[in-house]
Design a protein around this ligand. Structure first.
Ligand code: ATP
Ligand code: MG
Length: 439
């Protein structure tokens, strides 16, 4: 029979149960992780968000009805246990609970769609199909606890540096950067799109005089390819700042990455250990590699690459061998960067755009932006886009737009660098790729 909570309140998370509580009556709530019935004694391991505790039911000490109830527990059912804490050399945390009263709050059907322990290795697709169970495993939930710390540290960092958090629309009328990577949607009687980047709004906020802003939000990309580092919905950490150059915002990015590393190493050691990750602070300042140098390195290592081309996957891999940690790639050709990127004053074939890489993985792109209306309009046309489609954006450049720079950092890719994972699907609760729209 399934019970309600009634007036029961959890007194402790399992991680807080220790020898100081011996002889106290406590209430724990969680999932039945394991049951071992040795006849005269039944051991049950209860798991909650942060840990596990052993409940020990010796037939001589407890009521036979209660013992029967415990014996009938099913794995992964949700239960509440009221009982006394007792010291125990054999119990994993040095303490165990002797139950007085229990409630089965909900029963789990059997068989389970996947094994929530690590005993059986399941393929990622099976795991994602039953993600709610997959996430019960501590080596999976650890990924998201590290991510939570990363996002928390990021917000603290921006706040400490005078940035204001903003939210920009995700339903938009036209393409941010052109291209085909947009999801069209029906917006009443017309077509609209899911936003691929907050770029244009970030820039308009510079004209609005906010000076330093950041946004942490979804971006949507209709990328058809199936890779380990692309999803169709992902989180972008975006910033924009007035009166700053590309060099200034690279420094901000580097400081942010370092702050996150320090905080994750300090506060998430348990989760790093569970994931077997030996996370280290990065060499500072990050190496800066110009695009020209990158082309040289790539050609010298046997992959042909012409000046002006974007990096192929093979090229990224070669660079990653040379620079396994975080490094900047700078002075990109203007041709392969979006229209809003500021060209180099002396050589306009080059630009003030940069990427932040981690080994062979691009994790951020940024630039000093064009703040002059006419130049921007020309660039839009040069890229084959129609300036009329950018009218409301362009307008903000005509009435007091300061010089500004910014970047977008892929939060899910950044999390891959913190957790040592090579498939971005692992770092997203419910990933969206070409084949997956559920759960
Ligand atoms: P890539 O060349 O790897 O496809 P991009 O240059 O198209 O990336 P940007 O438009 O520069 O991506 O976006 C800024 C950042 O957002 C990227 O550096 C990356 O970290 C992240 N990002 C972009 N697209 C995706 C995606 N489809 N899935 C996951 N993260 C992404
Ligand atoms: Mg990029």
């Amino acid at each position: 029979m399934v019970s309600l909570l009634d007036n029961w309140k959890r007194t402790h998370f399992t991680k807080n149960i220790n020898s100081n509580l011996v002889d106290e009556e406590i209430i724990v709530m969680g999932w039945v992780h394991e049951i071992r019935d040795l006849g005269g004694i039944v051991f049950v391991v209860i798991r909650d968000r942060d840990g596990k505790i052993q409940v020990t039911a010796p037939s001589k000490k407890i009521d036979s009805k209660l013992l029967e109830q415990i014996r009938s527990f099913r794995k992964e059912s949700v239960v509440a246990i009221k009982g006394k804490v007792q010291g125990s050399d054999k119990a994993p945390n040095g303490v165990e609970i002797i139950p007085n009263e229990i409630k089965v709050l909900n029963e789990a059907s059997q068989p389970l769609p996947m094994d929530p322990t690590d005993k059986v290795r399941a393929e990622i697709d099976t795991r994602l199909d039953s993600r709610f169970i997959d996430l019960r495993r501590d080596n999976i939930s650890s990924i998201f606890k590290i991510k939570s710390q990363m996002l928390h540290s990021t917000r603290l960092f921006f706040e400490d540096n005078g940035f204001i958090e903003v939210n920009t629309p995700k339903l938009v009328a036209s393409a941010t950067e052109g291209g085909t990577e947009l999801f069209p949607i029906t917006y009443f009687e017309r077509e609209a799109f899911l936003s691929q980047s907050p770029q244009l709004y970030k820039q308009m906020m510079m004209s609005a005089g906010f000076e330093r802003i950041f946004e942490i939000a979804q971006i949507f990309r209709a990328e058809e390819h199936d890779t380990l580092r692309h999803l169709n919905e992902t989180i972008s950490i975006d910033m924009e700042s007035s009166f700053m150059t590309d060099i200034d915002v690279m420094e901000i990015l580097e400081k942010l990455v370092n702050k996150v590393l320090v905080d994750v190493i300090k506060n998430c050691q348990k989760h790093l250990n569970i994931l077997n990750v030996d996370l280290k602070l990065s060499q500072c300042p990050f190496p800066v590699v110009t695009y020209d140098t990158a082309v040289e390195i790539i050609n010298s290592k046997g992959v042909e690459m012409e000046w002006g081309e974007d990096l192929s996957r093979a090229s990224e891999k070669l660079l990653g061998e040379e620079y396994p940690g975080y490094y900047f790639l700078t002075e990109w050709p203007s041709e392969i960067k979006p229209f809003y990127v500021m060209p180099n004053e002396k050589d306009p074939t080059k630009s003030h755009a940069f990427d932040l890489m981690f080994g062979n993985l691009e994790i951020s792109s940024g630039a000093m932006r064009i703040h002059q209306h006419d130049l921007l309009k020309d660039k839009i046309s040069e890229k084959g886009l129609n300036p009329d489609a950018f009218e409301s954006y362009l307008k903000s450049f005509d009435y007091g737009m300061p010089p500004h720079s910014g970047w977008g950092l892929g939060a899910d890719r950044f999390n891959m660098t913190l957790t040592g994972l090579n498939n971005i699907r692992e770092t997203v609760l419910f990933p969206r790729d070409r084949r997956r729209l559920t759960p």
